[in-house]
Design a protein around this ligand. Structure first.
Ligand code: ZN
Length: 195
């Protein structure tokens, strides 16, 4: 496999100019490691108007493939070939795709991490949308972000919480058994198992 992109025409949401920008349909992170960085910093999903500099999000369907995972960004479920030996994930928005890439790139598993978010939300006592940002320090503290009062908050969670969640996954074969094909591992999915 290799990466696939095409030029598309866009209309600037601010000045109305039309311009073309590259849009990826397939991102092969093994063949193009530089693309992985552009996914992680989000720049791959931004188009910029050459006339006025206005930047807008590209929210088009795309398949991201790395050595251990295939992530499909799509607003509907679909079947994808080439899932042998990799984890298949379905995401519904660019932010979730970026998060998954960061999670797998940090050698974490998004399944226990989603449980970890559940526990963290309960500890926090707030109903917030947590996103994984990075591991930090010698103890591999897990750094989450969440929006509050118009700003991004950072939250550090001990790696032991993640390890406890890994143990929960190991004790429940039903969880692993459910990971067939392209699965949407998100808050709703975790709550289904923990309710
Ligand atoms: Zn413009």
């Amino acid at each position: 496999m290799s990466s696939v992109s095409s030029s598309r025409q866009f209309t600037c949401g601010r000045c109305g100019s039309t311009y073309t920008a590259g849009v990826y349909q397939m991102i092969d992170a093994q063949a193009d490691p530089s693309l992985k960085e552009k996914v992680k910093d989000g720049s791959l999903f931004v188009r910029e108007c050459p006339s006025c500099g206005h930047r807008e999000l590209i929210n088009a369907p795309v398949i991201y493939r790395d050595s251990q995972v295939l992530i499909c960004l799509s607003d509907r479920g679909l079947s994808v070939e080439g899932l042998e030996g990799v984890q298949g994930r379905l995401v519904g928005d660019v932010g979730s795709l970026i998060e998954k890439v960061k999670v797998f790139d940090a050698s974490l598993d998004d399944v226990p991490l989603e449980f970890c978010k559940f526990v963290t939300r309960q500890e926090l006592g707030k109903d917030v949308d947590l996103k994984f940002l990075r591991l930090e320090g010698a103890d591999h503290d897990i750094i989450f972000t969440y929006p509050e009062n118009g700003a991004m908050q950072l939250l550090s969670v001990g790696f032991n919480v993640y390890e406890d969640c890994c143990a929960i996954v190991r004790r429940n074969p039903g969880i692993t058994d459910s990971l067939e094909g392209l699965v949407k591992i998100d808050r709703e999915w975790a709550e289904h198992f923990l309710r």
